[in-house]
Ligand binder design. Structure first.
Ligand code: CTP
Length: 453
């Protein structure tokens, strides 16, 4: 399986509070968006949630001290390379140490070397949050540009309630995405941003080397289609398929997390991904129109939708009724025969017309890179890859993501197996069975590579 190399480098600092377990969920949210998360707990945090949990969830080694893997200089490298440092939960003690520039463990070292946005999500008892010492430390951190999220109000560890609860992981994640979107767009480690970097402010801290972590999807316009089309037969019935739209949503979420401007053209009813423009469609012809519209100024178009190849030739304006037999008679044999006609092949049409579509923007844009999907089962005439290669040739797209489908396989499920094919049917990357988020990361890595080429 090809390793994931794209996405942001996130350092997740974890302070020693009971809310440390919620940081596991925050880690998952970043990981599912294709980000690379390194967890740096404090020694106290490890008494609440142990290193094996963090290592299993992040897939990376975990340490709280500066004496492990010294040859890699992690106390400097982690902070310098990070695109984001988020500390959740941030305890009163940890904020005090950070505010005063102490460097007595790995996390405080990371905080002193970070030049990226730094976010603290505090959690503590109300008395500690309201204590003048904590207030002064929070003010000091904020003055230096650290984003300190106000804690939520509600039930605390014991019977007490009040401000001091760790905000929900989804809210912290959303706040981080908002802060990243608003942060200057310099590549990782450029050190050029004036205010949002914050903690380390040593004189003479010059520009850092570009360590190559910034995604080249950042700022790009990406259009993703998702879900199965519904072809109406009458006002209450339609022809549809088993696609849930989860893969398209995972792709859109991951692209937005890499800093792309994403439009999701969808028939699915899943929660809207954060920071993504949504265009709702139902039929193949609506999808075709929406895709052609959005593709005009796109850098990348991904057809992950499961398009119905055929639609009913006639739409009945009122509900098709079955005739009732007279009382005592057998039911009449009046089952209707539904005539179907072909739907347009949207992907092939986009490939055929992409130069003309790009030219409609006044020639200001390059033709978009087009990625197709191939839902294959394999059969007597060939396996999944055989059919996918034939489809790539037939459709003419730049990349084709083949995935194995069938009842209980991929459709509607949270895991998938994908093979990314490039020109000539060469397998560029493979993943699975894995989460659709991880599969998305593999697809976007391949797209980034193709864009570079
Ligand atoms: N596709 C499309 N328009 C269609 C059918 C499919 O744009 N009318 C796109 C899909 O979004 C996908 C790719 O073409 O990116 C392959 O879809 P798939 O259903 O696997 O292939 P089909 O072209 O429908 O061929 P077949 O069903 O015969 O395998």
């Amino acid at each position: 399986m090809r390793p994931t190399t794209g996405g942001r480098r996130v350092v997740l600092g974890v302070g020693g509070g009971i809310a440390a377990y919620k940081a596991c969920l925050l880690l998952r949210l970043f990981a599912e968006a294709g980000d690379h998360v390194t967890v740096v707990p404090t020694a106290a945090a490890l008494r609440f949630v142990g290193a094996p949990t963090w290592e299993a969830l992040s897939g990376r080694p975990v340490s709280d001290g500066v004496w492990d893997r010294v040859e890699q200089v992690p106390h400097v490298r982690l902070g310098k390379e990070a695109d984001l440092v988020v500390v959740a939960p941030a305890t009163a003690d940890l904020m005090a140490r950070a505010a005063h520039g102490l460097a007595d463990d790995l996390l405080t070292n990371v905080l002193l070397t970070a030049r990226c946005p730094v976010v603290f999500a505090p959690a503590m008892h109300t008395e500690m949050w309201e204590h003048p010492a904590t207030r002064a430390n929070v003010d000091l951190l904020r003055e230096r540009g650290v984003h300190v999220i106000d804690p939520a109000s509600g039930r605390l560890t014991g019977a007490d309630t009040g401000p001091g609860r760790l905000p929900e992981p989804e809210d912290i994640h959303a706040e981080c995405l908002r802060i990243l979107a608003a942060a200057p767009k310099e590549p990782t480690g450029s050190g050029g941003a004036e205010t949002s970097h914050a903690l380390a402010d040593e004189p003479g801290a010059g520009p850092l080397t570009d360590l190559g972590g910034a995604s080249n999807l950042r700022g790009r316009r990406i259009v993703v289609s998702a879900g199965g089309t519904r072809e109406p037969l009458d006002p209450v019935r339609y022809l549809g398929n088993r696609s849930s739209g989860k893969q398209g949503y995972a792709l859109a979420t991951a692209a937005a997390a890499r800093g792309a401007r994403v439009t999701l053209v969808t028939s699915a009813s899943l929660p809207d991904p954060e920071g993504v423009e949504i265009v709702r469609i139902e039929t193949a012809r609506e999808l075709q129109e929406a895709m052609r519209d959005a593709a005009r100024d796109a850098d990348v178009v991904v057809m992950a939708a499961a398009v119905a190849d055929f639609r009913p030739a006639v739409y009945a304006e009122s509900k098709i009724k079955k005739t009732q037999g007279a009382p005592g008679e057998d039911e009449p044999d009046d089952a209707p025969v539904i005539e179907l006609v072909r739907n347009p092949d949207i992907l092939a049409g986009l490939v055929r017309d992409r130069d003309a579509l790009a030219a409609e923007t006044g020639g200001a844009r390059r033709r978009p890179l087009i990625v197709g999907f191939a839902a294959e089962t394999g059969d007597d005439t060939g396996d999944v890859l055989h059919h996918a290669r034939a489809k790539l040739a037939r459709k003419g797209c730049d990349l084709l993501v083949a995935n194995e489908v069938g009842v209980g396989v991929t459709f509607g499920r949270d895991d998938t197996t994908v093979h990314v094919l490039g020109p000539g049917g060469v397998v560029l990357a493979e993943a699975g069975p894995t989460s659709k988020a991880e599969a998305s990361a593999v697809v976007w890595d391949a797209v980034e590579e193709a864009l570079r080429g």
